[in-house]
Design a protein around this ligand. Structure first.
Ligand SMILES: Nc1nc2c(ncn2[C@@H]2O[C@H](COP(=O)(O)OP(=O)(O)OP(=O)(O)O)[C@@H](O)[C@H]2O)c(=O)[nH]1
Length: 306
């Protein structure tokens, strides 16, 4: 069959693939993921090492689809939980097309950055891009200095300065990342932004609310499970029954707060985030429970979803 007259030009190249952002804790990986995806999919927090799961955010660009696999910070394991985090990182990075290593513009490159940069040699398949984050937080000369320092670490495919919170250069970064992906049709439907289950996203929002304004020892000791989600027939309402797990009785006190005030606050903040997600009113029941030393116990880790 001959081709019809005036057949349309071959369509432009479409790309799709996986990217993972790595870097020391607190360099802005989760915030960058959220800013690129345009919807809250990854937990962000001012506390380091709060990202546990490989969460995918999906960015739909005109010429490609970028699937972001958000990994926890690479660090040396201290507990069994730490060990599992590193396993997640290794499994994830072995599988992605592009690794975006993040360096905050406002902090000098240190041994932690060098350690991670060197470990990237173990993943030869992935193309490596340097992302200088938080450029809003420092001066232009300091950003320039950081770009130079980063360029000396390895032969990057690209070096892109960005600010996730001020939304500076996000389009440039997206273009660079998509250009490095393999030619492929979209891997996910257009309307989809994440492949996390609703339950997992709700758990993360509760965890994030519970971590706000607590002392540094708590983040690793906090896990959330959802017992039940009930859609009410008579009202536009979802009832969510969740447990907040801590390791020690003393931590239980911290989470609940004086007269239960803190827990009420946590519930209110979590609910405000969950309601737009489920598109309904939410009744949220939070119970704080103690699972002793759960970070070191494989059985408990399994039960808590790690
Ligand atoms: N000024 C400024 N702050 C930022 C920017 N991006 C992130 N931050 C802040 O940096 C802190 C850490 O951000 P996260 O996105 O949680 O960092 P992360 O690298 O995902 O941290 P882990 O999950 O611990 O690995 C938060 O307080 C953010 O608000 C940015 O572009 N500008």
């Amino acid at each position: 069959m001959s081709s019809p007259k005036g057949a349309s030009k071959p369509s432009p190249i479409h790309r799709a693939g996986f990217v993972s952002f790595v870097g020391r804790p607190n360099v802005g990986k989760s915030t960058l993921t959220n800013a690129l995806v345009g919807e809250k999919v990854a937990i962000t927090s001012s506390k380091p090492q709060t990202t546990r799961r490989a969460i995918r955010g999906i960015v739909h660009a005109a010429d490609g689809q970028l699937i972001i696999v958000d990994t926890p910070g690479i660090h040396r394991p201290r507990t069994l939980l730490g060990q599992r985090l590193n396993d997640v990182v290794t499994a994830t990075l072995g599988d992605v097309d592009v690794i975006g290593m993040c360096f905050p513009a406002n902090e000098r490159i240190g041994p932690g950055d060098r350690f991670i940069n060197e470990s990237l040699n173990d993943f030869p398949r992935a193309k490596k891009v340097a992302i200088v984050t938080k450029i809003d937080a420092t001066s232009r000369p300091a950003v320039a200095q950081q770009l130079l320092a980063v360029s000396e670490l390895r032969d990057w495919e690209a070096i892109v300065p960005v600010s996730a919170t001020s939304r500076i250069q996000l389009d440039v970064l997206l273009k660079e990342l998509v250009a490095l992906l393999p030619e492929s049709p979209s891997l996910y439907p257009d309307e989809q932004r994440t492949d996390e289950t609703l339950e997992a996203r709700i758990s993360e929002l509760i965890r994030e609310a519970a971590l706000e304004g607590v002392s540094d020892e708590l983040p690793h000791s906090l896990a959330v499970t959802i017992d039940d989600m009930v859609e009410r027939d008579d009202k536009d309402l979802v009832e969510i029954y969740a447990n907040l797990w801590v390791e020690r009785d003393s931590q239980k006190g911290i989470v609940i707060g004086h007269g239960g005030e803190r827990l009420q606050d946590v519930g209110a903040r979590a609910r405000a985030q969950i309601e737009p997600l489920v598109g309904k009113q939410v009744f949220l029941s939070l119970r704080v429970k103690v699972a002793r030393e759960w970070q070191r116990d494989p059985k408990q880790l399994g039960r808590l979803g790690f």
